[in-house]
Design a protein around this ligand. Structure first.
Ligand code: ZN
Ligand code: ZN
Length: 367
């Protein structure tokens, strides 16, 4: 089969920026040393670009997991130009296809089924999905956002301003023009590119699948560290409507924290979370399914326990709603609220204990 034509602009951008960063950085540091001003520039611009992609392009625009103030959207739009990953409109359109057709050989724009290299960068080097450069029918909602359309229209100018103009300006301010261009411009861009690309490649290969095995997406704490929290990709693929990726409080997810902080200042609203019992149910089901796949005869031995836990989760959900509702309504009847709260808490304790026991039984039986 004939391969689609090469996209020379992309090839040149990726290879030139990589070469300048790989050769220029050590040479510059060897001759000039590395000032703290340049380190701060690198971290600041890397974070601006990265968070604009994760909290902006991804969780705000692609998945609509919250609403953001125009000032925030404007800052994300500039950061997205800095990240050089195409306009919001195009990125979100690709990304929605990725979720819709995840792992499909042809329809997932960066399908891991075609291997690491394709999912990481190969998909951008040839015109694999020609129609995708014209068809924005899956992002009609975003076309109503004037900031999205403004960025899309002026994308080239904005990328040049952000990737060359801004480092140049910083360089003039700190008296290290060449250093700011190499470290704040090229090195930062290459790091930002490849860490983001890891989400399409490594986060579909390396890590655990605690929520679902219906797709290749993995949860991986190391990748989360490199990508402002996007490494919890297994959770994300099953619950894409949640503004969090690292859903547990201790999971490293700076994008979630940023959105939380913005919401605290009133700059982000309508933050969407998936019902936590639904999340718990997914984990339980996965554990159950995995055990069944590993060993025959599991259903007969543990079915009752599994059904019991599932039932308890349902009750927990109902109880919690009742408690929340009572809290809202019965301001006078505090005794009832306290009672419901106590019931909920005790049910939750018992569920946790039984879940632990269930897991241990499965482990013993599997060993
Ligand atoms: Zn994915
Ligand atoms: Zn996504």
């Amino acid at each position: 089969m004939k391969k689609p034509p090469l996209l020379w602009l992309n090839i040149l951008v990726f290879s030139i920026t990589f070469a300048v960063a790989a050769i220029g950085t050590p040479l510059y540091i060897y001759f000039n040393g590395l000032s703290s001003a340049l380190v701060i520039t690198l971290i600041a611009l890397f974070s601006w670009a990265g968070l604009s992609i994760t909290a902006g392009y991804h969780r705000l625009w692609s998945h609509k997991t919250y609403d953001a103030h125009p000032v925030v959207r404007f800052v994300y739009a500039l950061g997205g130009a800095l990240a050089l990953q195409n306009s919001v409109l195009h990125w979100a359109s690709d990304h929605r296809e990725h979720h819709k057709h995840v792992d499909h050989l042809d329809n997932d724009p960066y399908s891991i089924s075609r291997g690491f290299w394709f999912a990481h960068i190969g998909w951008m080097l040839r015109e694999y999905q020609e129609q995708r450069y014209e068809d924005y029918s899956n992002v009609k909602d975003l076309q109503k956002d004037p900031i999205v359309m403004w960025q899309h229209k002026h994308y080239l100018t904005l990328t040049l301003l952000m990737n060359i103009g801004l480092p140049l300006l910083i360089g003039l301010m700190v008296g290290e023009v060449l250093g700011a261009l190499i470290i704040g411009g090229f090195l930062r861009l290459v790091l930002s590119h490849h860490t983001t690309f890891f989400i399409n490649s490594l986060a579909h290969m390396w890590g655990k699948r605690p929520y679902t095995e219906r797709n290749t997406a993995r949860d991986n704490g190391i990748l989360a560290l490199l990508t402002f929290g996007e490494g919890y990709h297994n959770f994300h693929h099953i619950f894409a409507g949640d503004y969090r990726n690292g859903v547990r409080w201790y999971q490293y997810d700076p994008s979630k924290w940023l959105i939380g902080l913005l919401s605290w200042f009133g700059l982000a609203t309508n933050l969407k979370r998936v019902n936590k019992f639904q999340i718990e149910k997914a984990r339980l089901d996965m554990m159950w399914q995995r055990a069944q796949n590993k060993k025959a005869g599991f259903v007969e031995r543990f079915e009752r326990e599994y059904q019991h836990l599932t039932q308890q989760l349902k009750e927990l959900n109902v109880k919690r709603k009742a408690w929340a509702q009572a809290k809202k309504e019965a301001i006078e009847d505090m005794a009832q609220v306290r009672e419901l709260r106590a019931q909920y808490k005790s049910l939750k304790r018992s569920f946790r204990q039984q879940k632990r026991l269930f897991r241990r039984q499965l482990q013993i039986a599997l060993a």
